[in-house]
Design a binder for this molecule. Structure first.
Ligand SMILES: [Ca+2]
Ligand SMILES: [Ca+2]
Length: 459
């Protein structure tokens, strides 16, 4: 969405979302679509790695400057709260200029009311939900809910709020302020040029100096922002990550902006499934849905505990923010569709960026087993009568176990002590287990708990 204006176009888009919701609820395709987006960015592989990696005791915060959020739809624990502010005592306890900003701030009406009771604000909840989906497994990450104003002044004020909170955090050694590492901005303003908004652009540099990256979506139009302008994507700040939108084939969505100079990376926002303002899951697309994948990834990277990395975050926040940006751009998967039209020419890959972070700090060997390519290539015959063969592949020599799991997720049998290197064929004799007919799963698991699963039908 571009800078929020409650015009007819906005109303029209809201109606489209509800229609999509109806389609998806009807056909039950939500999980399928979600899985496609997450598989594209190797999200599940990244989670497997992050499960193994030591985590920082700190709580990185992602600020989301957007519409109000239906808070009751989310777990209480995902929300950032200002622990230095006593709620509802009418006093600015932390002295940041905002009275009772315990749950964030609403810059559209200059109040502390950031909660949407379900009416009208169609954009805040789905964007929040998408970021939350990325980071919900990393329970440490907190999401700061800031409600954006319509006017540029209000937008700048919300960015300055983030700036002052992180600055205070840095200046007090983490005792005050907030450990904000990223800001999600699924909005912007078309056809404007950075040259006309030096103050707006300079905020991104000030944020970057404190260690904050800003993720900003580009317009939902097939335009080259280098030629027609856009804010903030034409700002030349190194700390700004501008995101366009690709579909599940990694093709730029037709109605998504590009620019070989001003647009950094793509993410599969197209047909993302998220919690809508209605409180139900439905399709939410556009570049607004693409940016949250990148914001969430920044948050995930900051949760990794490597001593030197965590020291750098505190001692060199600016350089560390640039490193994180670089890892995200370098980790992206190149796509022909993005060649010459965005700077990285790639689509976000969370797994690769996590791996690059571990490489950067020389931790790759420690976690080598986690990067195993263990997978089940084939099961045959399938359906199975008495016995079947399983082709398992691993790119290293490792011990694996094989389990038969029933449709309720219960392990029926486990065989262990197979050593795999390259491709191995394993014979499974089902006659030994007297399985009743039906659907089962065969799962291969290594010592690092990485696994691959395939469906097996017993006839
Ligand atoms: Ca305050
Ligand atoms: Ca207070």
């Amino acid at each position: 969405m571009k800078l929020k204006n409650k015009n007819r176009k906005t109303e029209k888009q809201a109606i489209i979302f509800r229609l999509f919701l109806f389609c998806c609820t009807l056909f039950g395709v939500q999980e399928i679509i979600n899985a496609q987006n997450f598989e594209k960015i190797q999200f599940y592989e990244a989670l497997k790695v992050l499960e193994k990696v030591e985590k920082t005791p700190k709580s990185p915060v992602i600020a989301i400057i957007d519409g109000a959020v239906r808070k009751e739809l989310f777990s209480e624990t995902v929300f950032w709260t200002n622990i230095h502010e006593i709620p509802n005592n009418n006093i600015d306890d932390d002295g940041n200029g905002y009275v009772d900003d315990y749950e964030g701030w609403n810059f559209s009406n200059d109040t502390n009311d950031v909660i949407n009771n379900g009416l009208g604000d169609w954009h805040g909840t789905p964007v929040f939900s998408l970021v939350n989906r990325l980071v919900s497994s990393a329970q440490k990450i907190k999401l700061m809910n800031l409600v954006k104003g319509d006017k540029i002044d209000e937008v700048l004020e919300s960015l300055r709020y983030v700036l002052s909170m992180r600055k205070k955090y840095n200046e007090t050694g983490g005792k005050e302020g907030a450990f904000i590492v990223a800001v999600n901005c699924s909005w912007g303003k078309n056809m404007l040029w950075a040259a006309d908004f030096p103050e707006w652009c300079s905020i991104y540099n000030e944020l970057g100096e404190q260690g904050v990256l800003v993720v900003s979506s580009v317009p939902n139009n097939n335009i080259n922002v280098d030629e027609v302008g856009d804010m903030p994507s034409t700002c030349r700040s190194e700390y700004l990550l501008t995101v366009t939108n690709v579909n599940k084939l990694d093709e730029k969505v037709v109605e998504a902006a590009y620019g070989s100079y001003s647009v950094d990376i793509a993410a599969p926002g197209d047909r993302s499934v998220t919690l809508l303002n209605s409180g139900e899951y439905g399709v939410f697309g556009g570049t607004s849905a693409a940016a949250p994948y990148v914001s969430g990834t920044i948050g995930l990277l900051y949760t990794v505990f490597i001593e030197q990395f965590q020291n750098d975050i505190i001692e060199r926040p600016q350089e560390t923010a640039l490193l994180i940006k670089q890892l995200i751009l370098e980790g992206s998967d190149k796509s022909v569709s993005l060649e010459n039209i965005i700077t990285s020419e790639g689509r976000l890959n969370v797994f690769k960026s996590v791996k690059l972070l571990l490489d950067e700090y020389g931790e790759n060997e420690k976690y080598e087993a986690v990067f195993s390519d263990l997978n089940i290539q084939k099961i045959y015959p399938n359906p199975v009568k008495n016995n079947c063969k399983l082709l398992i592949e691993s790119d290293r020599s490792e011990e694996v176990s094989i389990s038969i799991i029933d449709i309720n997720g219960l392990i029926v049998e486990t065989f262990s002590d197979f050593t795999i290197k390259g491709i191995k064929e394993v014979l499974i004799n089902l006659a030994d287990f007297q399985l009743s007919r039906g659907i089962y799963f065969l799962q291969v698991r290594n010592e690092s708990n990485l696994y691959d699963t395939t469906k097996m039908i017993v006839k």
